[in-house]
Design a protein around this ligand. Structure first.
Ligand code: HEC
Length: 106
């Protein structure tokens, strides 16, 4: 009986590890985000630091927040004449990738 509980625990831990692993996989890919970010650089800067007071810096911002904002612009919960049109064609995965990239910048 004791052995069975031990085995069950091991299986449960393995399942937990696998689900943590797949969560990491689902998060953004910074390299793919960087490739997508060329159109963003015109306003947000090549390193995520904007040169214009009207355009926010993105470098070092939290990835979860950034992805949420990109989706909000795309879905119309947040509106800006410039940003809304930029976000329109982005998929959820694009948003996660871009967010991971900008969050990785210092
Ligand atoms: C034409 C200029 C322009 C381009 C190009 C542009 N943005 Fe923006 N972005 C803005 C402006 C202006 C704002 C601020 C909008 C506001 O005041 O609500 C903004 C806001 C944001 C925010 C929210 C930041 C925060 O702190 O809440 C994110 C995230 C963002 N942009 C990501 C991107 C990404 C990713 C791209 C490329 C796909 C991009 N932007 C391209 C002008 C631009």
């Amino acid at each position: 009986m004791k052995k069975l509980i031990g085995t069950t625990m091991k299986v449960a831990m393995a399942v937990a590890l696998v689900s943590v692993g797949s969560q990491t996989m689902a998060a953004g890919d910074a390299a793919a985000g960087k490739a997508k970010s060329l159109t963003c650089a015109g306003c947000h800067g090549a390193n995520g630091i904007s040169s214009n007071d009207l355009w926010p810096n993105l470098a070092g911002q939290k990835a979860t927040y950034l992805a949420k904002q990109i989706k909000a612009f795309r879905d119309g919960q947040r509106n800006d004449p410039m940003m809304s049109s930029m976000a329109k064609s982005l998929t959820d995965q694009d948003a996660e990738n871009l967010a991971a990239y900008y969050a990785s910048l210092k």
